[in-house]
Design a protein. Structure first.
Length: 111
């Protein structure tokens, strides 16, 4: 008799504020056992500014928002893993709008 143990995944939102000293806060943004569900809820995107779990900096780095992906190990510890999300949907209308705005604002990046 074989037993299948589902892996539990979580996404940690990391917020850094300030320059010196830097205040760092972490909180669980998502937890579940399905990378597919994570991909549906927070779809990855190649369009700059469209991925809700992408690294962001505001005010020249005074505010930094980052995310860490983790998997629960059998011994009860969390281990950092690569982003388990996969693209499962076509490009969304929001991504097309963000891409159009990026191309309008930064035309040299798209030559």
């Amino acid at each position: 008799m074989s037993t299948t143990v589902a892996t539990i995944f979580r996404v940690i939102a990391i917020t850094m504020q300030g320059f010196s000293p830097v205040t760092v806060t972490e909180r669980v943004k998502w937890i579940g056992n399905s990378p597919l569900e994570l991909s549906r809820q927070f779809p990855p995107s190649e369009v700059w500014g469209a991925d809700a779990l992408a690294h962001r900096e505001i005010e020249d780095g005074y505010f930094i928002y980052d995310y860490r992906f983790e998997a629960l190990q059998p011994d009860g510890t969390w281990t950092e893993i690569d982003d388990p999300r996969e693209r499962i949907t076509p490009v969304t209308s929001l991504e097309r709008e963000i891409d159009a705005e990026n191309r309008r604002l930064f035309p040299g990046d798209y030559m």
